[in-house]
Design a protein around this ligand. Structure first.
Ligand code: ADP
Ligand code: ZN
Ligand code: ZN
Length: 709
């Protein structure tokens, strides 16, 4: 008997097709199917009725047992709709980039193996050791244990073997000497754990300043979930955050199997993926792509730093947001969702306020005190990169032997116009976002509505003619600091200096070993790092963040400052100095007065008035072509096709980065009352026949873009 199946095609932006086969197939298995003149991997979604048209036969079965269950299929179908993508493209995210040799056969179990000390410290210390052997012992004294494969990379095999022969170290599969570092939770933490466990099927927001003990709270919840034999997934925004957290997870859960999954893993990625899908991992730690790993029996997803823009995939299809995917996945799996943040997105805060997410506050710092924050007014002092105030604080810190962190904005960022005298930033009269300075045309432009004006020659607020654009880069600050403090050890951390995980780990180690006095860095240093000896955080310039022409600019500035402040005073009493030409900004006021709610309320009011999320959903359409004119023409054509839709259309305007990789880009921004309706409309209207695009033109549809910049 012939069966018919609806099959989603891998790496193909088309809707599922119907194929026939002589055998009964389970939903969720992969097959090879013919398409045009080639063959592709397809995912069997479900059996369907015989269609009225001629179908082609499935060529071959890939999986003996399905790796995807109904919940994963359902998730993919919904997310394909949501992100204007195909089911096949979404399902691809659940697999490795290459489908080759990855069959769903049982694999032999891989266990974490660790190297540990197996003799008393005194005994080891009195014996004679080689230099490398000593290094290994030192490392183990510091870290308790090291994963064996990692040890082999770090130290010579012969030295490890020699220590093993002497009986000083041992390789174990699960470390019996490895004492879990379990803290006694304080009463506030205990209460939050209890609340979360009592409503496991609700999404939860753990909201507390950095250092308030959120990680310990979700560890405790994770332990409960693991004890029920369900699996746990922990998502972090960046690969650079995995080493520190991984170590903590290993210490807290020494008897659990822990996996790491992110796109930079190389060959190990396959191993980790296989372990995860075969139920051999209890806790999977990963970046946004990990949310798609088809782990069975998932009981908990934790999203750390939920506000982070890295959760949104925006550079390639499909443009999903892993936080939203995690939320839906938890609903389908009946699993618990915990979002954790010191500075949640305004949308998340709103959902919590509306009761859609259970809000749990952690109000006190578990260790250390919150730092004192001081704003230094930089108006009229443009030649000073590092203010006298900041220098004198840095001197004090150096005397006490602690560390200073200086935060510098990303270079080449948002060319805004600002008055050097009063700090006024030129903003669009219609959109309340910063105008972008265009050198060629000598104009200021709004990238939302298209407003444009000649560069004014004086400040509308104070009349000064001293107008400036741009910001200061890390290198310049590094040079300046080295000149002012010739005796101190300065390290720069930015994407140019540090471009892989191992060099980052190295610097982090140097910092924690107090081999560095001053760290100068970009956003990379604001994230999740926990160094006890940071006494001072200096923020060189925040004005650029307010000036990003985006509806999220205030939110970002707020998050950035709050996170920087969180770096200081972990083990010592900390201070924060922020240099700004806009010292009266309401965001600063909220932070300095500890009035965080005030910031959110104010921002919600503004968003409501201007029709931004969470009150309206955005869809960003980007049209690009090698020729600027053609791109523009097609942008207008697209707008025509969309007339009468259930949304407001802004644009077309040049994209903020107008020319990218030799492509000229125009964008349309849709403000939608109801996202579903808008998407339905787009699906009907944005067809090849309607658009009549040249093949060279590309159209990107980004649903709920993180930013419009
Ligand atoms: P967050 O995730 O909110 O930044 P963490 O959970 O990382 O906070 O806690 C910050 C620091 O405080 C960590 O070093 C952690 O070990 C410590 N800590 C957290 N909770 C407790 C507790 N109940 N008792 C002692 N130390 C704690
Ligand atoms: Zn001015
Ligand atoms: Zn505008």
């Amino acid at each position: 008997m012939t069966h018919f199946y609806s099959i989603a095609i891998s790496r193909y932006p088309i809707q599922p097709l119907v194929y026939s086969f002589s055998e009964k197939l389970k939903s969720g298995v992969r097959v090879w199917v013919p398409i045009r003149n080639s063959k592709k991997i397809g995912y069997v979604l479900r059996e369907v009725e015989k269609p009225p048209f001629q179908t082609r036969n499935i060529l071959q079965i890939v999986d003996e047992v399905p790796l995807l269950d109904d919940k994963m299929l359902q998730l993919a179908i919904e997310m394909a709709k949501r992100y204007f993508s195909s089911v096949g493209e979404i399902l691809d995210l659940s697999f490795l980039p290459s489908h080759k040799d990855v069959k769903s056969k049982k694999i032999t179990e891989v266990k974490n193996r660790y190297l540990i000390l197996s003799a008393s410290v005194s005994k080891i210390l009195i014996s004679r050791l080689g230099r490398r052997e000593e290094e290994i012992v030192e490392y183990l004294l510091e870290n308790d244990s090291v994963e064996y494969t990692y040890a082999l990379k770090k130290f010579p095999r012969s030295s490890i073997k020699s220590l093993e022969r002497k009986g000083f170290v041992r390789v174990v599969e699960m470390d019996p000497l490895f004492h879990p570092k379990k803290l006694k939770l304080n009463s506030e933490q205990k209460m939050v754990v209890k609340e979360i466990l009592s409503s496991p099927q609700k999404p939860h927001l753990l909201y507390g300043i950095t250092g308030s003990g959120k990680t310990e709270v979700y560890f405790e919840v994770a332990e409960n979930v693991l004890n029920e034999s369900r699996k746990v997934m922990i998502l972090v925004p960046e690969i650079s955050l995995t080493p520190q957290l991984l170590l903590r997870i290993r210490q807290r859960f020494p008897n659990r199997k822990i996996g790491v999954y992110h796109s930079a893993l190389g060959a190990a990625r396959k191993k980790e993926w296989l372990r995860a899908v075969h139920g051999e991992i209890d806790i999977l730690l990963g970046t946004r792509s990990a949310v798609w790993v088809p782990i069975k029996n998932l009981g908990l997803i934790i999203v750390d730093e939920e506000q982070d823009e890295s959760y949104k995939q925006y550079a390639m299809r499909p443009f999903y947001n892993a936080v939203d995917v995690a939320k839906r996945r938890c609903e389908l799996e009946k699993a618990t969702l915990i979002l954790s943040s010191a500075t949640p997105r305004v949308e998340t805060y709103y959902d919590a306020k509306e009761g859609k997410i259970a809000l749990h506050r952690l109000s006190s710092r578990a260790v250390g005190k919150l730092p004192a924050i001081r704003i230094v007014d930089m108006r009229g002092r443009r030649t000073e990169i590092i203010s006298q105030e900041l220098i004198s604080e840095m001197e004090k810190v150096a005397k006490s032997g602690n560390q200073s962190f200086l935060f510098v904005p990303r270079k080449g960022f948002s060319p805004r116009m600002q008055c050097a005298n009063c700090g006024y930033i030129f903003t669009c009269p219609n959109c309340d976002v910063a105008l972008t300075y265009h050198k060629n045309t000598f104009t200021l432009k709004c990238h939302y509505c298209g407003f444009s004006e000649k560069v004014p020659d004086e400040c509308p607020k104070c009349g000064s003619k001293n107008l400036i654009k741009g910001g200061i880069g890390t290198e310049r600050v590094e040079n300046e600091v080295s000149k002012i403090f010739p005796g101190l050890r300065v390290k720069r951390i930015d994407k140019d200096e540090i471009n892989d995980v191992s060099s980052l780990e190295e610097v982090l180690k140097e910092i924690s070993e107090m081999k560095v006095d001053i760290v100068v860095g970009t956003k990379m240093i604001t994230k999740g790092l926990d160094f006890p000896r940071v006494e001072l955080v200096g923020v060189i310039d925040t004005d650029h963040v307010f000036a990003i022409p985006d509806f999220r600019a205030n939110e970002r500035a707020f998050q950035l400052i709050a996170q920087m402040a969180g770096r200081a005073g972990r083990g010592v009493e900390g201070r924060v100095i922020i240099q700004s030409m806009e010292p009266d900004n309401s965001v600063f006021n909220a932070i300095m007065n500890g009035n965080i709610e005030g910031f959110y309320e104010e921002e919600l009011k503004r968003r409501k008035m201007l029709g931004y999320p969470p009150f309206k959903d955005l869809i960003l359409l980007t049209i690009q072509d090698k020729e600027a004119n053609r791109s523009k023409t097609f942008a207008f054509q697209t707008k025509n096709v969309l007339k009468g839709g259930p949304f407001e259309i802004l644009g077309p305007v040049e994209s903020p980065v107008f020319k990218l990789k030799n492509m000229y880009r125009y964008q349309l921004l849709l403000k939608c009352e109801k996202l579903e309706d808008a998407l339905d409309f787009l699906r009907k209207r944005l067809t090849k026949e309607n658009l009549k695009f040249d093949p060279s033109i590309s159209l990107k549809v980004d649903v709920q873009p993180y930013s419009t910049f």
